[in-house]
Design a protein around this ligand. Sequence first.
Ligand code: FDA
Length: 397
Amino acid sequence: MSVTRFDTVILGAGAAGMMCAIQAGARGGRVLIIDHAKAPGEKIRISGGGRCNFTNIGASARNFLSNNPHFAKSALSRYTQHDFVALVERHGIAYHEKTLGQLFCDDSAKAIIAMLLNEMARAACELRVGTTLENLERIDHGFAVTLGGDGAGSIRCRQLVVATGGKSIPKMGASSLGYQIAERFGLTVTETRPALVPLTFGEDVLAGFREIAGVAADVRVSCGKTAFDEALLFTHRGLSGPAILQISSYWREKEPIRIAFLPGHDFFADLHTARRENGRRNIANTLGEILPKRLATYLADAHGWSGPIGDASDKKLAAIAATLHGWEVLPIGSEGYRTAEVTLGGVDTSGLNSRTMEARAVDGLYFIGEVVDVTGWLGGYNFQWAWSSGWAAGTAI
Ligand code: FDA
């Protein structure tokens, strides 16, 4: 088989890989990007409910989890959310801020994929989908790569960029290839676990949650010292909604999470007033004026808050208010990679150069995007990391 030479081969045509290809190609390098999926950017396509929350206006290193919280700073500060927004605007893609700085396409996430493909074509990058990595060897001044599938061939390249993403949603093509390549070349991979994922509960708790499945409430959910103010959703499988997805990245087995309903609300004052003005109402109905009715009934039943509110002492009202400000529940697990938006952990950043994403010990080998141990909060941060790290590698090559 004849051998084709490229300057750079990128494994994974997702957000990070495509951004890297654009930058490396624009600098004149001959770039090949491959993906085993039938189409590039599949996660972009399904992201943000089909509208892609492509960045967050407030993105900074504090919105990311990593063993080294400083690692992401360099890339994030050199290719910022504003740079990506400028690219989106240059392509005439209409967008809006939904909430908390989250930017979404007005129409479809497909516009972001089309934009990246357009830029890749301008930079003369070659894309091979339906293509697998069959073999990878280190050779003098680069790598020998054997590809199978639709884009089969024998390749030599000077730089190899691993942009194969995390483990979430295996049915969409997520694989562990990136972690395997890292370990094979002597890099450490930190513990990986599903993140931005709904939490599950034992049958004793779940039976109650099922009764109120579909009920949502504004909460402050906390675990240890970390807290998020967002919406929580009761489901047939446990707890979901943005607040729970956020805290799932910080939660560990056997730890409870604390839920404060309507953060900042003075429940004691409300209950006190209700007792004075309408003492014959029962406690559940009184709470049902403040919280969703089904939730109020569930909480009252679960905690034995029965009888007219007029009969409740100050001490009892204070105890009810305290529970509503800090209800502790104990998850038993998460829904796992089947529904997790991202993978926490990954290629240990201590083995990578934060400016270029190149492996410190292996010249020409780069890791970008979600495969790296940098995990963003919910809200466009993970794509921003993909753009920033892809840009950092692409401009360094
Ligand atoms: P990404 O997963 O995008 O790309 C990796 C590519 O590598 C894939 O195309 C895959 O097919 C390919 N690949 C994997 N293994 C391979 C192998 N063995 N051989 C060849 N190719 C291989 N983030 C955000 O900021 N805003 C949002 O709105 C959302 N929404 C969202 C919804 C859902 C349902 C999910 C699952 C995730 C999100 N995310 C998100 C997270 C975001 O999608 C994710 O962090 C980025 O896509 C990561 O970009 P990467 O390029 O690193 O990986």
